[in-house]
Write a protein that binds this ligand. Structure first.
Ligand code: DAH
Length: 337
């Protein structure tokens, strides 16, 4: 009898077929009413008393093992059937997911960077939280001067504020580098203004700075003409109007011919044929000296533009707020190159 139990255990251990029929056959032959175990348990009745304990234990082990084996193989079979079922239907459509697109402000910022990098400008940046020195004083805004009111500032304390323009980066660059300097500084700026179609409490600017020996106003004008034509098309014209900024002398505001009506006059350009795009000028000698650059040896020009403004003109967007609302119906209309 011991031998029969041993060979049954071997059969149980060795059985591994993964088909429903084979498992059922195995179950009937081993565990079934007329199966091997039933017959062994019948025979067990004749086992002498002194061997009953030992053999009974082995029989129970064999029965448990057989049951476990059947359960285990059935489970495996079910799992493999499920995974086969899953991978087999190649005609099912795949789960679709939407591809994002670059934000229009990023697209325009990258384009502006690319235009200026083609004529040798590098890219610099600075912090959004600035001290009074970088945002105002070094840029020739005298203390208590009304020019500080030109921009409504978010102050953090008396001496620290959210920068109101990226001109602050000019100062940092000039303090840390010696001419020739040719750099543009993109970044976010903040102003305490009521939000409307034309103004927001934060937006993006790109500052430009060129310092070297003998840099002239003609260089500035030609650089801006190159930029305007690269950005808005080769027929674009520019117009400079005298203006005032504390950090430039002389200063100007620059308009481009309206790319919607080709300068003929429309609602967007208010029938003037021109649209304002940026402020600029020759860096004031006081600013050069404040930043440790000898104003007797070097001259330079600077300009600053709003990225949203350029994006609105380029894409014909008439409300600044669209750029900050994260409405994907708006955002997905812009494709980056
Ligand atoms: N910082 C000015 C502003 O925020 C823009 C500007 C004007 C920058 C003239 C300049 C400049 O560098 O020369 O409105």
């Amino acid at each position: 009898m011991k031998e029969r139990i041993q060979s049954l255990l071997k059969r149980i251990d060795g059985f591994s077929e993964l088909s429903e029929e084979a498992i059922e056959k195995f179950r009937i032959e081993v565990l079934g009413r007329k199966g091997e175990l039933t017959s062994l348990f019948d025979e067990f009745k004749q086992v002498p008393v002194d061997l009953k304990k030992e053999i009974g234990k082995e029989l129970n082990i064999a029965r448990n093992k057989a049951q476990e084996k059947v359960n285990e193989l059935k489970k495996k079979l079910k799992e493999s059937a499920e995974s086969v079922g899953r991978s087999v239907d190649l005609t099912l459509p795949t789960a679709s997911y939407e591809l994002g697109s670059r934000h229009p402000i990023s697209i325009i910022r990258n384009e502006i960077i690319s235009i200026f990098s083609r004529i040798g400008f590098n890219v610099t940046d600075g912090p959004e939280i600035e001290s009074d020195w970088y945002n105002f004083t070094a840029l020739n805004f005298p203390e208590e001067h009304p020019a500080r009111d030109m921009q409504d500032t978010f102050f953090i304390d008396k001496d620290v504020a959210l920068r109101t323009h990226t001109s602050s980066v000019q100062v940092r660059v000039m303090e840390n580098q010696s001419p020739p300097i040719r750099t543009i500084s993109p970044g976010r700026v903040f102003r305490n203004e009521a939000i409307s179609a034309r103004a927001h409490c934060f937006f993006h600017q790109i500052e430009g700075l060129y310092i070297d020996k003998d840099v002239s106003f003609a260089d500035l004008k030609q650089t801006l003409l190159y930029f305007a034509q690269e950005m808005f098309g080769e027929k674009t014209e520019i117009r400079l109007r005298p203006s005032y900024f504390p950090f430039t002398e002389p200063s100007a505001e620059v308009d481009v011919s309206c790319n919607l009506c080709q300068g003929k006059g429309c609602n967007v350009c208010k029938h003037t044929g021109f649209l304002e795009i940026l402020g600029c000028g020759m860096v004031d000698p006081n600013v050069l000296d404040n930043c440790g650059i000898d104003s007797k040896e070097y001259t330079g020009f600077a300009f600053g533009m709003g990225v949203e403004r350029i994006a609105m003109l380029k894409y014909g967007v008439d409300d600044l707020r669209y750029f900050f609302e994260n409405d994907i119906r708006f955002l997905k209309q812009f494709q980056s190159a």
